[in-house]
Design a protein around this ligand. Structure first.
Ligand code: OOB
Length: 570
C-alpha cells in the first residue's frame, strides 16, 4: 500500500473479499469494462460537448500516453483542480490508466490549499483550468510553484471558452507561457497514436487522495483504494436504482465525494447512464438543464435545494418542465424536515437524503422508505457490514434513540488519514472505528438522524471549514492578538462563520482583515462572514482552557438575546 496509509487488518480484508464487496477491479478496468458494454451511449454532456463511453475511453488512452510522455509515472500523485468540464473525466481516467493517483482540489481552493495539497503529496504535476469563472488558475499554479518549488509540471486543461475544450490558451500570452506549463491539447498530441502505458495498479492499493473537511490547522488527506471505493459505487448505484436511462445532473463541484460516488458520476458510469455537468448550481442554469436534457436524478446541498424550491414555488421558474426528474438527492449538511416535505410538493419528484463523508460511510434514505422516514432521517448505511456505534462522552454506547457520537468502521471507511499518525490516534479508536464527530440518534429501523456535531468544524451549506485553519491565518496579522472562529446559525446556509478577534492595539479594519485572509490564498468559503472585535475572550472555567471550550463560550454568548437598543453590543 502507498506509504503513509493504514491498511485494513488482513482478517477484515479477507471478510470484505469473501462477501463480494472487494472484487479486485481497478478504476481503470472499470472504465474499460463500461466502455465495452455501453460504447455508443452518451457518458458525458458538458457545455457543447457530448462524449460517448467509447470517446471517453479513447480520450483516457491518449491522456495517459501523453501524460506518461510528459514524465508522469505510475505511483505519482497529481493534483487535479478542475471545474465541472468534461475534461475532468479525461484527465482523471487518464491518470488511473497510467497508474498515477489523482489528488482532488475544489475549484474554490486557492494558493494556500493547493500549495498544501502539492507539498503534502509531493505532487509530480498539477492540472488546472485556464481562466474559469473570471479566475486565472494558471496564475494560481505559478504562485504555488513559486511558493513550494513544485510541482515540476502544470497541465492547463481548457481556457477561456465555455466548453472548456480550447485547451490551447496556455500557448498564447503571459503569464502561462513559461517552463513546465503544457496545455491539455498538447498532452493529447503527445499521446496521439501512442499505446497507453500498460499499468498494473493493485486494486487493494490507494487509487486517489481526497481532501477532508478538516478540523485541524491543515486539512488531512483521505486515501481511498480501488476496491473500497468501487464497492461503494456499485452498491450506491443499486440502492439509488440507476439504469442506462439515468440522466444525472451534477450541480456540485464534480470532485466532491457526493457527486463522485454517492452514487455520483461513477455510479452513473457503472449503470451506463449519462452525466450532465452544470457549470453552476443556480436555478436558472440547473432547471434549464433538467428541462433540456430530460434529467432524471440530481444531487445538491441544502441551500441549493432551497433556491430551486423557491425559484419554482415563487414563480420565477414555475413554467419549467421538470417532469423527467425522478429524484432529488440532498446531502452534505442537515436538510430540515420542513424543507424536505416541500421537495415532492413543489418539484414533483422524490427526495433522497444522503448523509456521507469523504472518509467513507454513506447513508441513504431508500426509495421504498415511508415518506416520514425520508423527510425526517438522513438515511441508513449502504452496507450490512457498516458497523455503527453511537457513543456518549465516556465512549460507551448510548441506548437506542439517544443522541451520541457516531463511530463507524466498514468495507469502504478508511482506517487512517494519509501521513498523519498523530491525528489518526485521535480520529480513530484503537479497534479501527472512525470518529465522525457527528452527533446522531438511531431509529428502530436503523436510520440515522443527525442531531448536531461534536467536532470542531463549521458546515457552511455543505462546505466544511476548520476553525483552527482560519484562526491560524488570522493570527498571522500583526494587529491580531487572538482569534476564535465559530459557527453562527443561518437560515439559508445552516451555518456561517463569525471570527471573534482580540486586537493588538488599534483594531485593524474589518475589510482589511478579510483582504488579508484573501491575500493569504484562502478559499472564499473559508473567509469569515462576520468579524467581531472583543476586548478579551470569556474565561472558560478554571485551569487550561481548550480552544473548543472557548468557541463554545463565544457561541453561547452570541446566542443570548440581542441587547436592548443603546446597550453595549458584543
Ligand atoms: C459529504 O462529505 P464531506 O467529507 O464533505 O463532509 C462530511 C460531513 C459529515 O461528517 C457531516 O458532518 C456532514 O458532512 N454531513 C451531513 C450530511 N451529509 C454530510 N450532516 C447532516 N446531514 C447530512 N445529510 O458531505 C458527503 C459525502 C458523501 C455523500 C454526501 C455528503
Amino acid at each position: 500500500m502507498l506509504a503513509g496509509c493504514t491498511p485494513w487488518p488482513p482478517e477484515f480484508a479477507a471478510r470484505y473479499r469473501a462477501a463480494g464487496y472487494w472484487t479486485g477491479e481497478t478504476m481503470d478496468a472499470f472504465l474499460r469494462d463500461r466502455a465495452r458494454r455501453f460504447a455508443e451511449r452518451t457518458a458525458v454532456v458538458g457545455g457543447t460537448q457530448r462524449w460517448t463511453y467509447a470517446d471517453l475511453d479513447a480520450r483516457a488512452d491518449r491522456a495517459a500516453a501523453g501524460l506518461a510522455r510528459l514524465g508522469v509515472a505510475p505511483g505519482d500523485r497529481v493534483v487535479v483542480q478542475l471545474p465541472n468540464v468534461p475534461e475532468v473525466f479525461e484527465v482523471v481516467f487518464g491518470l488511473f490508466r497510467l497508474g498515477a493517483l489523482p489528488v482532488y482540489a475544489l475549484p474554490a481552493h486557492r494558493r494556500s490549499e493547493v500549495a498544501h495539497l502539492c507539498a503534502a503529496t509531493d505532487a509530480a504535476a498539477l492540472v488546472v483550468a485556464g481562466v474559469h469563472a473570471g479566475f486565472d488558475y494558471r496564475e494560481l499554479a505559478a504562485q504555488v510553484r513559486a511558493e513550494t518549488g513544485g510541482p515540476a509540471r502544470v497541465v492547463v486543461a481548457g481556457g477561456t471558452g465555455d466548453d472548456g475544450d480550447s485547451g490551447d490558451t496556455v500557448d498564447s500570452g503571459a503569464p502561462a507561457e513559461r517552463d513546465g506549463f503544457t496545455s491539455l491539447a498538447q498532452v493529447r498530441r503527445l499521446g496521439e497514436g501512442q499505446a497507453p502505458p500498460a499499468t498494473a495498479a493493485d486494486p487493494a492499493d490507494v487509487a486517489f487522495l481526497q481532501l477532508s473537511g478538516g478540523t485541524t490547522g491543515l486539512p488531512k488527506l483521505i486515501p481511498r483504494t480501488h476496491d473500497d471505493y468501487l464497492y461503494s459505487v456499485r452498491a450506491s448505484a443499486e440502492i439509488c436504482g440507476l439504469t442506462p436511462d439515468t440522466v444525472y445532473l451534477s450541480a456540485l463541484p464534480i470532485v466532491h465525494n457526493f457527486p463522485m460516488s454517492s452514487p455520483g458520476f461513477l455510479g452513473v458510469f457503472h449503470a451506463g447512464g449519462t452525466v450532465v455537468l452544470a457549470p453552476d448550481p443556480s436555478p436558472a442554469t440547473c432547471l434549464g438543464l433538467i428541462e433540456a436534457h430530460r434529467v432524471t436524478d440530481a444531487a445538491v446541498v441544502p441551500p441549493v435545494a432551497l433556491l430551486w424550491l423557491d425559484a419554482v414555488a415563487g414563480g420565477a421558474h414555475a413554467d419549467r418542465d421538470l417532469s423527467s426528474l425522478r429524484v432529488l438527492q440532498v446531502g452534505g449538511a442537515k436538510f430540515g424536515a420542513e424543507a424536505a416535505r416541500r421537495v415532492p410538493a413543489v418539484l414533483g419528484c422524490a427526495l433522497q437524503q444522503v448523509f456521507g463523508m469523504a472518509e467513507g460511510l454513506v447513508n441513504y434514505t431508500r426509495p421504498e422508505d415511508p415518506d416520514e422516514t425520508v423527510f425526517t432521517t438522513q438515511g441508513r448505511p449502504i452496507s450490512a457490514d457498516d458497523e455503527i456505534r453511537v457513543v456518549g462522552p465516556d465512549g460507551a454506547e448510548v441506548p437506542e434513540g439517544e443522541a451520541g457520537e457516531l463511530l463507524t468502521r466498514g468495507p469502504y471507511t478508511i482506517r487512517g488519514y494519509y501521513n498523519a499518525p498523530e491525528h489518526n490516534a485521535l480520529a480513530f479508536t484503537p479497534d479501527g472505528f472512525y470518529r465522525t464527530g457527528d452527533l446522531v440518534r438511531r431509529t428502530p429501523t436503523g436510520h440515522l438522524v443527525v442531531e448536531g456535531r461534536a467536532k470542531d468544524q463549521i458546515n457552511r451549506g455543505g462546505e466544511k471549514v476548520a476553525p483552527e485553519e482560519v484562526e491560524n491565518h488570522l493570527l498571522a496579522h500583526p494587529g491580531v492578538h487572538d482569534a476564535a472562529v465559530v459557527a453562527v446559525p443561518d437560515p439559508y446556509l445552516g451555518e456561517r462563520a463569525c471570527a471573534y478577534v482580540v486586537p493588538r492595539g488599534t483594531p485593524p479594519g474589518r475589510g482589511e482583515l478579510l483582504a488579508f485572509l484573501r491575500g493569504r490564498g484562502l478559499a472564499a468559503y473559508k473567509i469569515p462572514d462576520r468579524v467581531e472585535f472583543v476586548a478579551a475572550f470569556p474565561a472558560t472555567g478554571v485551569g487550561k482552557t481548550s480552544r473548543r471550550d472557548l468557541r463554545e463560550a463565544l457561541r453561547a454568548a452570541h446566542a443570548r438575546p440581542a441587547p436592548a437598543p443603546g446597550g453595549a453590543g458584543g
